[in-house]
Structures are given as C-alpha cells and as structure tokens.
Design a protein around this ligand. Structure first.
Ligand SMILES: [Zn+2]
Length: 206
C-alpha cells in the first residue's frame, strides 16, 4: 500500500511521520490559509525544487487539493482546527468566481449573517464559521484556530444553533430572522464561559 505523502515506514516496518515531508504538508496548509491559490502553491513548490508525491518535478493542483483534504493528516501532521479551517476555506473559494473574484450568485448561502458579528472577548478577533464533516456547524475564534491556544487561551467553540438561540432570545424572535439580525445586532462578544454579550445597534439601518 502506498502511504499518503508525509508518512513513511520506519525500520521496524511501522508507519511513521516523515519529518521532511510532513513539514512540507504543514507549509502547504499554511500557504493555503494565508490566501495562496493552488496554482501559486504549485509554482512555489516547483521553484523550491521540491518533488511531487510521485517524484515528479512539478505539482498539479489536484494533487495539492487532495493533500489539503486528506483526513489522515488530522492530529498527526496538522491540527484539527487547521484541517477544518482549510475545508471551510475550500468551500468558500469554490463559491468565488476565479475571473471576477466575485461570489457566485448561485451558492452564496454558505455565507452567514453572523459573519463579522461574532467577536472573541478574550483576544478581540472575529469568530469563524466551521462546518464539520458531520454537517455540524460551529464557530471558533479565528486567532485561536490560526495561531493556537498560546494566543487565545480560553475562547470556546460554540454550536451555531446555540448562537442562534441566544440571539433569538435577546431580540425576542420566535425563529432566527436574518434580516432582523442584520438590522439590529451591532456585535456579539463571546465570553470565555460561553455566554454572549449582544450589543444592539443604536439606530436601525435603513
Ligand atoms: Zn480569541
């Protein structure tokens, strides 16, 4: 069986992490999260003289894309957070038209009215929406996701359903209403203990 890129067999025949290649995997995840396109990452790897997983001189975009969605890396080579943020980012980018850089009209539903409203009370970065493979949607502090617990120690991950419930309660809504949220919520600060401070707008947007 061929091992995924980044793993190797050690001298006793057990699967181990290949130090050099696992560093390249992590670098590719970081580059993608920093906004680089698959094409730019491929160019970079070529320029650095890093051979592809099959030993070729150049990397193809599908090879890099597969690497960015390989679950075998979770916990061994990249963190849970890095992996799922990359999956969310892949989803977002597939909704962006490469030529115009505008969001494709047909699939904009992955955007949430809560985007940009949720703020981490601990470090003041935005919260980010993450869809887990189970379909469960959670929000986590983007700073903690990208830079680790060292920079944001206690911020909780919160189920989107929980957030919607709290917002409804605060606004006196029976069901979550995007328009009402857009019009009346200024920001939502997520506290370390999971409670939320919802600041309403002083005046309604017209
Ligand atoms: Zn934070």
């Amino acid at each position: 069986m061929r091992l995924p890129y980044g793993f190797c067999y050690n001298s006793d025949g057990h699967i181990a992490i290949d130090n050099e290649k696992s560093d390249i995997v992590r670098m590719i995840y970081r580059q993608y999260l920093s906004g680089m396109s698959l094409g730019r990452i491929a160019d970079f790897l070529y320029q650095q003289g890093i051979p592809s997983p099959t030993g070729k001189t150049s990397w193809t975009q599908p090879v890099i894309s597969d690497l960015l969605s390989n679950k075998k890396y979770i916990g061994s080579i990249v963190s849970f957070d890095e992996y799922f943020i990359v999956q969310g980012e892949k989803g977002n980018r597939s909704n962006i038209d490469e030529n115009t850089k505008h969001r494709k009209a047909t699939r904009y539903s992955s955007q949430s009215v809560l985007s940009g409203l949720l703020i981490c009370a601990e470090c003041e970065h935005n919260y980010r929406r993450i869809t887990r493979p189970s379909g469960e949607v959670v929000w986590r502090c983007a700073n903690r996701v990208e830079h680790g617990k060292k920079f944001c120690k206690h911020s909780p991950s919160i189920l989107e359903e929980t957030i919607k419930g709290i917002v409804c309660e605060r606004l006196g809504l029976e069901t979550f209403d995007e328009q009402a949220v857009k019009e009346s919520v200024g920001y939502i600060a997520v506290q370390q203990n999971g409670t939320m401070h919802i600041e309403l707008r002083q005046y309604r947007l017209s």
